[in-house]
Write a protein that binds this ligand. Structure first.
Ligand code: FES
Ligand SMILES: [Fe+2]
Length: 469
């Protein structure tokens, strides 16, 4: 089961960027409504240049969203799946049976339920493939947690403990030979900060500290967790966090009107990107320098933004007069699907972690992270993160402005793309980080780490590397 649905051997690496005739090279459809891969984009020729319209328009960068990035995500990592508070609920508020919880993760249907209490009073969280090993019935939504730390299949009532063992075949009697012989397919889990993490990889899980950012293990940090589903490929959710779309798409953002930031001068654009740090699992970057809040565009014969008369306050600077919009490490991408934005002057970290559901949706975890040790400051930060940040940054700005532009039926990630200077981190995200990913080291190349010299060849051929070759 693992390899057949793994997402690498068969569908993880189709190349998009070299398709120039409107047909899909391998015949596989990517998304419903994918105009490019469906072959619905007509070929046009521009006579004076001898180029196809597609080539001219898109410039044939050859670096599409899924250039090397797997469509269903990297599997050899821990991912947040759900919040602890979603588990252990009863059918009705005060009575009724406890219900298991279902989630689709990386194309697989998973059921979660609470195991028995351990010596520390905490419960392990069980994660099973959502199919009963007896005759394949689905555990949710009709299955129940009738007995402490177990799940019972809704069909014949075979009951499994948190390790996946069948502990009772209720309709076959106490002497049933199935008990002790049948096992549900389980996935490793861990709970950190009341978030349930799951390991979907086909190799041994790493210690969870390797994948979860350091703030989660430091009690001086407050973390506000918000979970929702974003209707787009997981990789777009990450790329959206680091590209500079803000001065255009969010130009009318509500929170900046409410906190008066709209009356402040802001950078109209990013004059390129400076990469300030790169590791095997991350890239940190910031705008290459400051920029004016309004600028003349010769191609338009006009200035943009067109009107700025209400920006009566100067750009934000620190005490040394340094522009806060260009402070180091303002953006970061981390494997497998983490984007971090360090707030300019606000002292808090806006972190996104996208858990792939399928090719066109992901579980979007938003973590508002703030460092505070003083009890009063902690209270203020908690309220700030819960009410201001979650409402005006995540919901009003991200969900109402970013998502409508990027959702699966509005942005076709299979169309060829032409990347520019501000897209440099995205190029690294699509080309370099896949090569240093644990999936590449452990599975795609079976433990062989690809060196930079091999990168060119991989860029050219982009052959899928099957898990079992
Ligand atoms: S199919 Fe689940 S108990 Fe029979
Ligand atoms: Fe945005």
């Amino acid at each position: 089961m693992t390899s057949s649905t793994n997402g690498h051997g068969t569908n993880g690496h189709e190349s998009n960027g070299h398709v120039t005739n409107g047909t899909n090279g391998n015949g596989a459809q990517y998304l419903p409504g994918s105009l490019w891969e469906d072959g619905l984009v007509p070929e046009q020729t521009i006579p004076d240049q001898g180029l196809s319209a597609q080539k001219r328009t898109y410039g044939s960068s050859g670096i599409g969203v899924h250039d090397l990035v797997p469509k269903l995500g990297y599997r050899e990592y821990w991912y947040p799946a759900l919040q602890l508070k979603q588990l252990g609920k009863r059918s009705f508020r005060l009575f009724g049976r406890r219900k298991p919880v279902q989630a689709n993760i990386m194309g697989q249907d998973i059921v979660f339920f609470e195991g028995k209490k351990g010596p520390d009073g905490k419960r392990n969280i069980a994660a099973f493939w959502n199919r009963c090993p007896h005759r394949g019935a689905i555990f949710t939504p009709k299955g129940r947690c009738e007995f402490d730390g177990t799940i019972s299949c809704p069909y014949h009532g075979y009951t499994f403990d948190e390790t996946g063992d069948c502990v009772a075949a209720l309709t076959e009697g106490p002497e049933s030979g199935q008990v002790g012989k049948m096992k549900a397919r389980t996935f490793p889990t861990a709970v950190v900060r009341d978030v349930v993490f799951i390991w979907m990889g086909q190799t041994e899980p790493v210690p969870i500290e390797e994948d979860i950012p350091e703030e989660f293990f430091d009690p001086a940090y407050i973390i506000d967790t918000y979970r929702t589903v974003w209707p787009m490929n997981w990789s777009l959710t990450i790329e959206n966090s680091g590209d500079n779309h803000s001065s255009y798409i969010h130009r009318f953002r509500m929170r900046r009107i409410l906190n008066l930031q709209s009356f402040r001068q802001d950078m109209a654009y990013w004059p390129g990107v400076k990469v300030v740090e790169q590791t095997d699992k991350s890239i940190a970057f910031k705008p290459a320098g400051p920029a004016p809040h309004q600028v003349y565009y010769p191609g338009l014969g006009a200035k943009w933004p067109r009107h700025t008369w209400w920006r009566i306050m100067p750009q934000r600077t620190n005490l040394l007069g340094r522009n806060l919009h260009v402070k180091p490490f303002s953006h970061e991408y981390r494997l497998p699907s983490i984007a971090r934005v360090h707030g300019s002057g606000t002292g808090h970290l806006h972190m996104r972690w996208a858990t792939p559901i399928d090719e066109s949706s992901n579980i979007h975890f938003s973590f508002g992270i703030s460092h505070a040790t003083n009890p009063l400051k902690r209270l203020y930060r908690k309220l700030y993160l819960r009410f201001w940040y979650r409402t005006f940054v995540v919901k009003v700005t991200n969900e109402l402005e970013d998502v409508p532009v990027q959702r699966w039926d509005r942005l076709d990630p299979t169309a060829p793309q032409k990347l520019g200077a501000n897209d440099a981190p995205i190029i690294i995200w699509r080309r370099r980080l896949p090569l240093t990913s644990r999936d590449n080291i452990r599975v795609w190349k079976k433990g062989v780490k690809i060196e930079a010299s091999e990168e060119i060849e991989i860029q050219e051929t982009r052959e899928p590397v099957a898990a079992d070759d």
